[in-house]
Design a protein around this ligand. Sequence first.
Ligand code: MG
Length: 149
Amino acid sequence: MKIIYIDLDGVVADFEKGRRNHPLSTITPYIGRPDKLPGVYEHLEPISDAIAAVNKLLNHKDFDVYFLSTAPWDNPEAWMHKRLWVAKYFNEKLVRKRLILCHHKHLLIGDYLIDDRRFNGASEFKGEWLHFGSENFRDWSKILKHLNI
Ligand SMILES: [Mg+2]
């Protein structure tokens, strides 16, 4: 089995839209710090095609799937909301205890990391970093094609 890590914001959850639509997003101290917006992680919409694609991976015998996301240290409710979010959008039997929240993604051992940003260790990941949203991995169909599924 191949171990695959999937980032949440910008890959599965539409943080950008959630930020834009948040009533406090243009107010100090949240300008430039949208990760501190109260409740912003709780009601994010999924990214197009992400739920179906991740379900394909979760149900595939060749892949061992984990979510690997960074939750803001100074916004502890975000840690809870990310845990609730994955159980809201996926079969809890398939994702139970498969959410890893950390700031050091390069320390995780695995084959693939699907992540839209290089931060928090993503670009130093020892397996293959599939840079979601980049030219080669524009959307989920490109990711699944690369993984031969
Ligand atoms: Mg991200």
